[in-house]
Design a protein. Structure first.
Length: 123
């Protein structure tokens, strides 16, 4: 069974870790509901809850199979508590569907605030 997954950083099309989504189905652009923002964690982003955020975070929705999802859980450090994969509220047309996302699971104090959209740093 496929899982809808919201990606907002290095997994997006054109970004360095996008090959991890090879052979998965792009569904479309998306934005979280208000209440989330992104921080720079040193070359990769972390999505966190932020009550003051009004526009939401921009990203993409992908339909991923169980094998890919398990590989992404490992890549994102879910077992180590780096990220948590959890349902995330998105704006229409995804507002009535379950869509998961990787939410950063550690402290963000002292990290640069990115805001609503992650852009891949130039290498």
């Amino acid at each position: 069974m496929a899982t809808l997954l919201f990606v907002y950083g290095t997994l997006k099309r054109g970004c360095r870790n996008h090959p991890l989504l090879a052979n998965q189905a792009y569904v479309g652009p998306a934005r979280t509901t208000p209440g989330f923002t992104v921080y720079d964690l040193g070359g990769y982003p972390g999505l966190v809850a932020a009550a003051a955020d009004a526009p939401g975070v921009a990203g993409e929705v992908w339909s991923v199979d169980a094998e890919c999802l398990a590989a992404l859980d490992t890549f994102e450090g879910v077992a180590e508590g780096l990220y948590r994969r959890e349902p995330l509220a998105l704006q229409a047309p995804y507002d009535r569907q379950r869509v998961d996302a990787y939410v950063y699971g550690r402290e963000i104090s002292g990290r640069p605030h990115v805001g609503t959209e992650w852009r891949e740093p130039r290498r």
